[in-house]
Design a protein around this ligand. Structure first.
Ligand code: SAH
Length: 503
């Protein structure tokens, strides 16, 4: 009997016993029977399980974990009672140590397979993942969808994996303990005044999401209700008996900012672009790497402040700044990396697409008495090439921290033209990181270090920071005629290089 004939033996609803020997990128357990592969969510490497086939393909099937026959040594009882249903945590049933091992391997494998780097080379430059001492209650931000359960009761929680079914929860174990009181206050207000949650199908109802942020150092709290509100309010009333809700929320210890965000679109995008502050200040403060930051509801701010300090620390170490360098920080958000590097550099520049984040970044520079930072609003792939063409901007070090889709090719190409000595790449998706590293290495850079950092314990996500260094002097500099003053070069080394060229 050949492989195909064997494969046809398996069909939907078959119950199989299998040993889990591998783990997929989404944390699913992988087991094989005679070369036929089973993907089993919630199964852990080393488990022997009974699984039921849900969808059978020719060479593989997706199966449901029915029973753990012999548990793996890496299997633990999840601390959260709804960990299995909730889409937020995918691997809470794995010991933290084995989670870290999984993430280290995930980054390694993506860089080898998708980036086309040699296995032995990657092993020689890869540093051990930076883990957490206490991998719970680490998130400073949560966005809870609001809806109704089967009995019509208003609930908040998180979506189940790959769906928009809300798994009710007000007290997420990886989030701040303050979330519970805030959510319960809002739910009880909605119940009391019959305020409807938003219904995705009909597009009716008011409250869509509740965003909560906490400054872990400042202890300041922000709550923003995302509402489907389409009447222009004459007297700033967006929610029935709004004053009562505000008075109850503002009584919560640490409450600093209460706002609404208007989102009337039929979309998966959570936040609307308009934010109206109902009470308190527009932003909350927090301290990171010894600097104070102002954070608006719309600004990106790393969700795990403890790990962020370690990640930025590693990025700064890789940047090897001596005090004179010109640094560009692309995808800079509210300027956290930019400003953290400013004290050790000559001049720092940031580019970010969200205008409010750049407003925050400018304010953050002032707040921290930083005078050598400048920020630009716009897409990195447009602003950087434009500045390079028009002003011939220069960098000793470029730091990039793009969203999951990675860097746009136009940004990468301009970076290669700018030919900085070092590129520090911070990434939240090792697949797009691998692709971009390949482009940068083909363009004349050498990958020096790779270091994963666990910013999201209990989930399958992993952050990585890499150092690339320029292999040889880039030739195109020689043909560029530069006006030194116009360039605003602060780097002594840059000036010396250009002097050499002119001579
Ligand atoms: N370095 C920051 C932010 C990293 S997250 C920090 O650590 O806090 C990625 C940031 O890129 C977000 O702030 C997002 O708004 C921004 N962004 C997304 N696409 C962009 C683009 N095309 N150009 C510039 N910034 C972009």
């Amino acid at each position: 009997m050949n492989k195909n004939e064997k494969a046809r033996l398996y069909k939907k609803d078959d119950l199989l016993t299998v040993e889990i020997t591998d783990i997929g990128n989404d944390g699913e357990g992988i087991g094989k029977i005679d070369g036929y592969t089973l993907f089993i969510k919630d199964a852990v490497i080393g488990d022997k399980v009974k699984a039921k086939i849900m969808k059978a393909k020719k060479n593989y099937a997706y199966a449901h974990l029915e029973e753990v026959i012999t548990p793996s040594k890496d299997r633990v009882k999840p601390r959260c009672p709804i960990a299995r249903q909730c889409g937020g945590c995918q691997i809470q049933n794995m010991s933290y140590e084995s989670q870290l091992k999984f993430k280290q391997n995930k980054v390694r494998n993506n860089i080898i397979r998708l980036g086309g780097f040699d296995e032995a080379f990657v092993d020689s430059i890869m540093e051990p993942i930076i883990g957490m001492d206490d991998p719970f209650a680490y998130r400073n931000k949560a966005q809870f969808p609001v809806g109704k359960d089967k009995n019509g009761k208003i609930v908040t929680g998180f979506y189940a994996g790959h769906s928009h079914n809300i798994i009710p929860n007000t007290d997420c174990m990886i989030g701040a303990s303050d979330n519970k009181a805030i959510l319960e206050t809002i739910i009880s207000h909605m119940e009391k005044y019959h305020i409807e949650p938003y219904d995705e199908v009909s597009g009716k109802g008011l409250v869509r999401h509740i965003l909560i942020r906490k400054g872990f150092v400042s202890k300041e709290l922000m709550v923003c209700l995302v509402i489907n509100y389409n009447k222009k309010s004459k007297n700033d009333i967006y929610i029935k008996n709004q004053d009562e809700l505000i008075s109850r929320l503002s009584a919560i210890d640490g409450m600093t900012s209460i706002s609404v965000s208007i989102n009337t679109e039929k979309t998966n995008v959570i936040m609307g672009t308009e934010i109206i502050t109902l009470w308190g200040s527009d932003t909350i403060k927090d301290t990171l790497c010894g600097l104070q930051f102002n954070i608006s509801p719309l600004s990106f701010y790393q969700v795990n402040p403890i790990q962020t300090e370690k990640l930025y620390g590693q990025a700064i170490e890789y940047a090897q700044l001596s005090g004179n360098e010109t640094v560009w920080d692309l995808y800079c958000g509210i300027g956290t990396i930019t400003l953290s590097m400013s004290k050790k550099a000559g001049k720092v520049y940031g580019i970010e697409i969200i205008p409010q984040a750049i407003d925050d970044a400018n304010e953050n520079a002032i707040r921290n008495n930083i005078t050598n930072a400048k920020f630009y609003v716009g897409k990195a792939e447009e602003v950087l090439p434009d500045l390079y063409e028009k002003e011939g901007i220069y960098a000793d070090v470029i730091c990039i921290d793009p969203p999951r889709k990675g860097c746009d090719i136009a940004a990468l190409e301009t970076m290669l033209k700018m030919a900085p000595k070092r590129i520090v790449y911070v990434s939240c998706d090792s697949a797009t990181l691998a692709r971009d590293l390949r482009i940068l290495c083909d363009g004349g850079y050498k990958l020096e270090h790779i270091r994963p950092c666990d910013m999201f314990p209990m989930s399958v996500h992993v952050e990585t920071v890499c150092l690339l260094s320029k292999l040889h002097e880039a030739k195109h500099h020689i043909n560029i005629k530069v006006d030194m003053d116009e360039l605003n070069l602060t780097s002594a080394e840059a000036k010396a290089t250009y002097k050499e060229i002119e001579e």
